[in-house]
Every structure is written in structure tokens, then in C-alpha cells.
Design a protein around this ligand. Structure first.
Ligand SMILES: C[S@@+](CC[C@H](N)C(=O)[O-])C[C@H]1O[C@@H](n2cnc3c(N)ncnc32)[C@H](O)[C@@H]1O
Length: 206
């Protein structure tokens, strides 16, 4: 399998903080971006020479902390779950990236973010709201900036909805498919969806 080969040939993160955060997520059954996905994000920040990232969906702070730690980018990250927000706060302090990572406890549907100069918006929250998040937070993005969205293949279910038994899950997958079609047809963005991690897209603001 290509995946197994790549896992062996690529170097894993060696930093204790990364391993600790991965363990924390696993123990709490909290979904975090795949290792392939976070490498992609980090390299995208480096190539794009991004200075500011807006993240929708913090969870325990794994992706925010890794982006900050490995690229020195400034991250603003929004989380609506107070318990996770507090856990992320503690993790940010432990990782010593308080100067780079700003956590916001709020529902992304309600919060107002004033800065209009983000280089990257990373959408990784409730999948059913992705179109709303895209429309709302694209206003905070610079021209030429990038929106990156995660979980667009949703563990293979988006490509094979006929195999899904749960009605709720089928509806969610339908919404992800609508989002995928929305971004690739958006007149103001150049978008492409990649089979990286759980399905990541790049949308460049024209
Ligand atoms: C997949 S997790 C984020 C993982 C994180 N980006 C990482 O890779 O480390 C999604 C998070 O989004 C949060 N979330 C979902 N809908 C939200 C909303 N409307 N506003 C703010 N946070 C939301 C959830 O509580 C959850 O913690």
C-alpha cells in the first residue's frame, strides 16, 4: 500500500508536544486533522509565506499549535465547546505559543472577526455549515488568500453515499457533496479538492 510506504519513508513528528496532543485527542475521541493533512497545511503556510491564519474549529488546539510551532504563523482559532476551548488554552500554554495562537470561545456562526487581512482560512468545524462558513469568512481573507477545508471525502462516504445506512449520516454527506460542488463552481475562487488525509481543498481568492 502506498500509504504504508509513505508512513515509513516520511519522517514522523519527533516533538513530545505533538505526540502528547495526538494521545490526548485519541484518549478523548476528539477528531483532529490527519498527519498528512497537517503537513500539507504547514507546507502551504510556508509556500504562501502566510502571516495570519483564521481557523474555524479548534478542538484541543492540535492544528493551531502545530501551525504556529512549525511556521511562526499567527493563528486565530474559533471553538464553541467550552471544555475543548479550555483544554486548548492549557495546551497552547504548554506548547509556549501563547504569543502566536489566539483562541476565541464562540459559535463561528455568530462571532464577528474584524481583521480583513488573513492569508489563510482553515475550515474544520461542523460540516453542515461549511457553505455558511465559506461565505462568511471569505470576507476576512486577502485577495490571493486561500481557504483550506478538511473532511471533504468524509472517510470515503462522499464518494459512496449508497453504502451509508444512517439517514442523518446520508444527509450530512449530501451537504458535504453540495459544499464540494459549491467551491469548485464558485466564480470568485479557484478551487481543487485533493485526496489528502480525509479530503482537503484549496480555494484561492481571485
Ligand atoms: C474536527 S474538530 C477541529 C480539529 C482541529 N482543527 C484540529 O485538527 O486539531 C472540529 C471542532 O469544531 C468545533 N465546532 C463545530 N461547529 C462549530 C461552530 N459552529 N463554531 C465553533 N466551533 C465549532 C467542534 O466543537 C470541534 O471541536
Amino acid at each position: 500500500m502506498n500509504q504504508d510506504y509513505l508512513r515509513n519513508v516520511n519522517k514522523p513528528f519527533e516533538e513530545n508536544i505533538v505526540r502528547d496532543l495526538q494521545k490526548q485527542a485519541k484518549a478523548g475521541k476528539i477528531p483532529i486533522i490527519s498527519e498528512e493533512g497537517i503537513h500539507f497545511l504547514i507546507q502551504m503556510i510556508q509556500i504562501h509565506k502566510a502571516k495570519k491564519v483564521l481557523e474555524i474549529g479548534t478542538a484541543i488546539g492540535y492544528s493551531s499549535i502545530l501551525m504556529a510551532l512549525f511556521t511562526n504563523v499567527k493563528v486565530t482559532s474559533i471553538e464553541r465547546n467550552e471544555t475543548l476551548y479550555k483544554q486548548a488554552m492549557t495546551n497552547v500554554k504548554t506548547a509556549k505559543v501563547e504569543d502566536l495562537v489566539e483562541l476565541v470561545l464562540a459559535d463561528a456562526n455568530d462571532v464577528v472577526i474584524n481583521d480583513l487581512d488573513y492569508d489563510i482560512v482553515f475550515i474544520d468545524a461542523a460540516k453542515s455549515s461549511y457553505i455558511r462558513f465559506f461565505e462568511k469568512f471569505s470576507k476576512n481573507l486577502k485577495k490571493g488568500g486561500i481557504i483550506i477545508s478538511d473532511n471533504l471525502l468524509f472517510r470515503g462516504m462522499v464518494a459512496h453515499p449508497e453504502k451509508i445506512e444512517s439517514k442523518n449520516r446520508r444527509q450530512l454527506v449530501k451537504k458535504i457533496n453540495l459544499y464540494n460542488e459549491y467551491i469548485v463552481n464558485h466564480p470568485n475562487f479557484d478551487s481543487y479538492i485533493y485526496a489528502i488525509g480525509d479530503g482537503l481543498s484549496i480555494s484561492i481568492k481571485k
